[in-house]
Design a protein. Structure first.
Ligand SMILES: C[S@@+](CC[C@H](N)C(=O)[O-])C[C@H]1O[C@@H](n2cnc3c(N)ncnc32)[C@H](O)[C@@H]1O
Ligand SMILES: [Zn+2]
Length: 288
């Protein structure tokens, strides 16, 4: 069975990760702002945590924050549509979501091919997908010092034992660009553009230069970074190959389906398999 990185299995508070990382946060926000323009449709943030990036999509008509962790969702803006679910089994009808984004989720995904198939199933327009880049500049240098020239696998997986208090081993995966592109295409996406973001994610650079300067440097050298896949974080903007004409919906519950059997729901109960899902404290819980 595919393992899921469960942020609820430890006392770790993901918000703490962002202390001292304003450069990384602001360079992602500055970049994403150019790609996201709110409209009267839906925007889905997959594995969106506590909604760190929600200022970018909160003005869509249906801003949906989806995450596997109830704890993270409880820490999010209550005005978002908060959905607790697993990316491998999304609780949305086929093609019911217009725009989607997933940032810093892929490095926890053991089976990216299955996850992207499922994401593709629900999207009817575009996806911004971030992944941790196996071939970034500093990793390449490290490989030289480690005499690690033969690491030609499509991706590698590194378990950091209990570094943040998790009981089980954690999933941290860096992917090759070509591999992610191939599975995006296989899942029905056309690649529009790719970018290398927060390229100065380095302790020394952050000590020497101030955040604003580094963010602007990141933007200035974007064409160069983009070509060389320089940085540790790559963003791909992809469009669905077959966009269909969908009727607009008025109530979010109209696009929910059973994540297990994909059957229709009646007041969160599945007509098909009989499972009833719950909405507690404003959060739709499809985790089961
Ligand atoms: C590193 S955090 C990134 C959060 C947010 N996207 C951000 O950039 O701040 C990874 C998030 O992915 C969620 N996650 C991990 N596995 C998941 C899965 N199978 N389905 C949905 N969310 C998952 C975790 O609960 C966590 O909130
Ligand atoms: Zn069902």
């Amino acid at each position: 069975m595919t393992q899921v990185q469960d942020y609820d299995s430890s006392s770790y508070d993901y918000r703490d990760y962002w202390n001292g990382r304003s450069y990384e946060h602001l360079s992602e926000v500055a970049f994403l702002k150019k790609l996201i323009s709110p409209d009267d449709s839906s925007f889905l943030d997959i594995g969106g945590g506590y909604g760190r990036l929600s200022s970018l999509y909160k003005n869509f008509k249906f801003p949906i924050l989806l995450d596997y962790s109830i704890k993270n969702l409880k820490n999010a803006d209550k005005n978002l549509i908060r959905v607790c679910a697993d990316v491998y089994n999304l609780p949305f009808k086929d093609g019911s979501i217009r725009h989607a984004m997933s940032v810093r989720l892929m490095h926890h995904i053991e089976n990216p091919s299955d996850a992207l198939e499922e994401i593709s199933r629900v999207i009817n327009d575009d996806l911004i997908l971030e992944f941790a880049n196996k071939d970034h500049f500093i990793a390449k240098i490290k490989h030289i010092f480690d005499h690690d020239f033969k690491n030609n696998d499509v991706y590698f997986q590194k378990h950091k034992k209990d570094s943040q208090g998790w009981k089980d081993s954690q999933i941290f995966i860096n992917f090759r660009y070509a591999y992610i592109i191939s599975i995006l295409k296989k899942s029905g996406f056309i690649i529009k553009n790719s970018f290398s973001i927060s390229n100065f994610r380095n302790g020394y650079a952050k000590k020497i230069f101030n955040t604003k300067f580094l963010v602007s440097l990141d933007r200035t050298f974007q064409p160069l970074f983009k070509k060389s896949f320089f940085g540790p974080s790559i963003f791909v903007h992809a469009i669905k190959k077959n966009i269909t004409n969908k009727e607009a919906f008025t109530n979010i519950e109209d696009i929910f389906c059973c994540p297990k059997c994909k059957g229709n729901l009646n007041k969160l109960s599945c007509y098909n398999c009989g499972i009833t899902y719950k909405k507690i404290g404003g959060i739709y819980n499809f985790k089961g």
